[in-house]
Ligand binder design. Structure first.
Ligand code: NIG
Ligand code: FE
Length: 391
């Protein structure tokens, strides 16, 4: 078993004993990694006596944070939609129907092409400090392609989400209810064995509340856990449905009523904000300050996808959250680490404490504040995943 001591850490974000939205930090700290787990955390002056043969990494006063937990991505797809983005920046509106053009490109791509692309995205995420990623299907929208997508995702993460109900495909135009029958029938049969989560895009232009309920309840009956895309493009009842069905997370939440906020605060459902979407679609950013002050647990994720948010950078999303969503840097870093872990109902990641997975990021900066203070600058110096230095 390998042993690594990271010492001389100027600011260590542990996320331990943190009340909602706050992050525990230690200064002049050290972390001991044994195998794939964290063995000890404390002041650099109190490191326990160690047998020889361990690796010592001198952080030289830099900051260390937990690896980012990106709890929302759509990174198995073919093609891209750069022209759509360009048109949007020139004034076009974002609409859910754009998903269909990626469906055509994805159906036409081979497994090897999709796998190479997926692994490329994972590499770029790792280089930016992401050590856990959730991956959704949703660009196949037929039984065979959706099954391919969840299988490919399951090769690289346990956090696989079946999103057959992403949009109604062109061949089912005006037959949304029939498509839902397919999703909860043959498609669910083919995808459930490779998936942990069931998701639905509950939004005008995608699926109605009754259709979304059918999809989620069918997934739950097959042992999948619910998470929901809701209130991205306008207000709706998706948030209330997600809470009623005990969803781990409701994602987007750009347009929330006071009732939605109160219901979230009274629930165990995390609100996962996706500020890359507002950046890329020119919708208003969600008001995280309002949510946190009401007692809602807020996570941040990238939502990497070719349509609404083609960034894979958690540091960029943290900078947006601080600049545009009213979060402190401490809250944004918590949301991107422990918050993501909560959205995935994981208690082994997102925290730097003995017994947790050794997923850590050494920043090339003295404090985590620099993640928002120096936007766009590559500040990730070193990454450990499961105790292995991967960057
Ligand atoms: O999370 N909201 C639905 N799905 C994606 C967008 C997908 C696309 O435009 O291709 C999202 O934003
Ligand atoms: Fe999404």
């Amino acid at each position: 078993m390998s042993t690594t001591l990271i010492t001389n850490i100027g600011e260590l974000t542990t996320n331990v004993s943190s009340p909602l939205g706050r992050s525990g930090t230690l200064t002049d700290a050290a972390v001991l990694i044994e195998g794939e787990r964290i063995a000890w955390v404390g002041p650099a002056s109190d490191v326990p006596a160690l047998p020889g043969g361990y690796l010592e990494v001198d952080a030289e006063g830099r900051a260390v944070i937990p690896g980012f937990v990106d709890s929302h991505s759509h990174i198995v797809f073919g093609g891209d939609r750069a022209a759509e983005f360009e048109a949007r920046m020139a004034g076009e509106k974002y609409a859910a129907g754009g998903i269909r053009s990626t469906v055509a490109a994805t159906r036409g791509a081979s497994d090897d092409e999709l796998r190479a692309r997926l692994r490329g995205f994972l590499d770029e995420m790792l280089a930016q400090g992401t050590t856990t990623v959730e991956i959704k299907s949703g660009y196949g929208l037929d039984v065979e392609t959706e099954a391919r997508l969840v299988r490919l995702a399951a090769e690289v993460t346990p956090e696989v989400t079946f999103l057959g109900a992403h949009v109604v495909p062109a061949e089912y135009a005006d037959r949304g209810d029939e498509y839902v029958e397919l999703v909860i029938g043959d498609m669910l049969d083919a995808c459930a064995p490779h998936s942990k989560w069931i998701d639905v895009f509950c939004e005008t232009g995608a699926f109605t509340v009754p259709q979304s309920r059918r999809v989620l309840e069918a997934g739950i009956a097959r042992g999948l856990k619910p998470r929901v895309h809701a209130s991205q493009l306008g207000p709706g009842e998706g948030v209330q449905l997600a809470i009623e069905l005990g969803a781990a997370s409701v994602d987007h939440g750009t347009y929330l009523s006071d009732e939605d906020v109160a219901a979230l605060a009274a629930s165990d459902t995390v609100l996962t904000a996706l500020p890359g979407v507002e950046f890329s679609t020119r919708h208003p950013f969600p008001d995280a300050r309002r949510l946190i002050d009401a007692g809602v647990t807020v996570a941040i994720a990238c939502d990497t996808n070719p349509g609404s948010s083609f960034t894979s950078s958690m540091p960029f999303c943290i900078a947006l959250a601080v600049r545009e969503m009213g979060m402190t840097t401490a809250e944004a870093v918590w949301a991107a680490t422990a918050g993501g872990a909560a959205a995935l109902q994981r208690d082994d990641i997102g925290v730097i404490a003995p017994g947790k997975r050794a997923d850590l990021v050494l920043l090339d900066a003295p404090t985590r504040v620099h993640l928002a203070y120096r936007p766009g600058v590559p500040l990730v110096k070193k990454v450990w995943k499961d105790g292995v230095a991967v960057r």
